[in-house]
Ligand binder design. Structure first.
Ligand SMILES: C=Cc1c2[nH]c(c1C)Cc1[nH]c(c(CCC(=O)O)c1C)Cc1[nH]c(c(C)c1CCC(=O)O)Cc1[nH]c(c(C)c1C=C)C2
Length: 551
């Protein structure tokens, strides 16, 4: 999911300007260093930092790039490992496990081709059980979500009327066109409040909260509708009601607005192998033979193969500041625990709140809006069972809504993924692979979390309660992923616009921000943002990485 960016109107004409020095008419010295930056620091060695380094190296063939990674490994939240089990080995994903093809994956597809990874991609067909069968747990069973492409209208109507999970949906949808228009001064609200206003509070707390658990592991009462469902937010404004706007073809008008997406599709079609594009077109999700980590490993390898790129592992950045010479020349100073270095530009891919802590003046952050960002912590529990027929249904897995009473979910699980159904071809052993995800917003404000053993026990207890699974797994691992998903809470867009101004005021275009804290939390979003950040690096007076946050 991503906040849509629109194409820059001035793009190409400014690009040609940016390669020339801009002279100050009064004093005839350079207002900025000439041309694009030649010495660039990238902070963070996860997918966004690595992809940023990759694209910058491509765009600026003479620039030197230094990557600073605080931890001991590259790859960030993309982390896969092989585990030996009786009969072979299985792959466990400790973070994201599959990507969605489609418009959001255009840049990712091109990158996969450039990295020579097409033969390593594994696809799950759109007709596979895991694509068609998605479930939500609603006491006390799994409810299959209607699938408009596969189910008859009668089946959809029957499920929607019979299952208590959908209470409020049909009357809410019928009445939506007649509900009051939103107050003119409302500039954002929670997803829950929007769906309660337009449909029914039960729809928000049951279906929508479950969907948000599956993407943000977040709280429907806090996440921003304007950031997460921008099309619905715009349609409501334009038509007074979403349904009235759809009836008057406003959707098409809005989709047409995404000019940048259409350009990207045309560009991608020109360069990407048509067979690969066709395979992606038929897939519901895709991954790699050795998991998503294969993508970051190959990126890291490619970047490391470039003599102009240096990677510093175990090197947290402790402070950032802009240095302005009397000549007007501007440099960024990057401090680590042991030294400081100067660069023409810094690209930050780390969590925005951490960045705000690095950018201080007189012990106060100069990026106060970023200091307000919150991220959730989840525990990812991977389980492998010898029995290949363990789960009573075939499908993607199930999500657990926020409305489920504590007694039905004391472990605070967010959902369960049926990995053996969703991605096939990564394991040698036969059996059933499941992932249980715990925590998210339920753990907001906690200072200690369950241990990994407690996480495995909690996952087993959830599976026993919901799916009656009492077998012991032959392999189990739990990993706590601290602050892994930034939350786009109410006001996110306004905070990002303010941050753009603060970045321009304090760093004059020399500090750029990119990654899951800003324009989309998904892996595809991060790769696309990394490609964007590498464009027009010489436009110091316009760009921060946030300049295209939608109005
Ligand atoms: C570690 C847990 C994560 C949860 N959400 C994310 C992670 C890393 C991030 C995430 N998950 C999805 C998206 C949307 C991608 C997109 O289409 O733009 C993001 C940003 C979707 C998703 N959620 C789950 C899977 C397997 C997928 C991938 C593709 C698909 O939709 O089939 C499962 C899942 N993720 C989380 C939970 C609780 C969960 C449970 C079933 C949290």
């Amino acid at each position: 999911m991503r906040l849509r960016r629109h194409g820059s109107l001035l793009g190409s004409s400014l690009k040609s300007l940016s390669t020339r020095p801009i002279l100050c008419s009064q004093c005839h010295h350079h207002q900025y260093s000439t041309g694009p930056p030649q010495n660039i620091a990238v902070i963070g060695g996860g997918i966004t930092g690595l992809a940023s380094a990759y694209y910058i190296a491509k765009e600026q063939p003479t620039a030197r790039i230094t990557i600073y990674e605080a931890g001991p490994r590259l790859g960030g939240w993309l982390h896969s490992s092989h585990v030996e089990v009786p009969g072979g080995r299985v792959l466990f994903e400790h973070g994201p496990r599959s990507l969605r093809p489609g418009m959001g994956a255009l840049v990712t597809s091109t990158l996969i081709q450039e990295l020579g990874m097409i033969p390593d991609v594994i696809y799950t067909d759109k007709s596979a059980a895991s694509a068609v069968n998605r479930f939500i747990y609603y006491p006390d069973h799994l409810v299959r979500l209607p699938n408009p492409t596969n189910d008859s209208s009668l089946e959809i109507a029957f499920t929607t009327l019979r299952e208590p999970l959908f209470k409020g949906f049909i009357p809410g949808a019928i009445g939506e066109a007649f509900r009051p228009t939103r107050p003119a001064n409302l500039d954002d609200e929670s997803v829950a409040s929007f769906f309660a206003r337009r449909l029914d509070p039960r729809v928000a707390q049951n279906i929508i909260s479950a969907v948000l658990h599956g993407i943000y592991a977040g709280d429907v009462n806090q996440l921003s509708v304007r950031s997460i469902f921008p099309l619905l937010w715009t349609l409501e404004k334009q038509g007074g009601s979403v349904i009235r706007a759809i009836a008057t073809s406003r959707v098409e008008e809005n989709i047409k607005l995404l000019r940048r997406d259409r350009e990207l599709l045309a560009e991608t079609k020109k360069v990407v192998n048509p067979e690969f594009m066709a395979a992606m077109g038929k897939a519901s999700v895709f991954s790699f033979r050795n998991g998503l980590q294969q993508l970051v490993d190959r990126l890291a390898e490619t970047v490391a193969g470039n003599k102009r790129v240096t990677t510093n592992l175990g090197t947290p950045v402790t402070h950032l500041e802009l240095e302005e010479a009397a000549s007007g020349d501007k440099k960024m100073k990057v401090f680590t625990e042991s030294e400081s270095q100067t660069y023409d530009m810094v690209v930050s891919s780390i969590f925005s709140k951490t960045l705000s802590e690095l950018c201080t003046s007189n012990s106060k952050t100069v990026l106060p809006e970023l200091a307000k960002t919150h991220a959730v912590t989840v525990m990812v529990v991977n389980l492998f069972y010898a029995n290949p027929k363990l789960v009573p249904v075939e499908g993607f897995g199930y999500l657990i809504p926020q409305s489920i009473p504590f007694q039905q979910n004391p472990e605070r699980a967010l959902g369960v993924i049926f990995d053996s159904d969703t991605i096939k071809g990564q394991d040698i052993a036969t059996g059933t692979k499941l992932t249980v995800i715990l925590g998210g917003h339920w753990w907001d404000g906690w200072s200690t979390y369950p241990t990994e053993d407690e996480g495995v026990a909690a996952a087993q207890s959830i599976l026993a309660r919901h799916l009656h699974i009492t077998d012991d797994p032959v392999a189990a691992q739990a990993k706590l992923q601290k602050d892994c998903i930034p939350q786009y809470t109410v006001g996110h867009i306004t905070r990002m616009k303010q941050t753009h101004s603060q970045l321009m005021a304090h760093f004059k275009g020399r500090l750029r921000v990119v990654g899951n804290s800003y324009t989309g939390v998904g892996v595809n979003d991060c790769i696309r943002a990394a490609k964007d950040i590498a464009q027009d690096l010489g436009q110091y007076n316009q760009k921060s990485g946030l300049e295209e946050i939608p109005a």
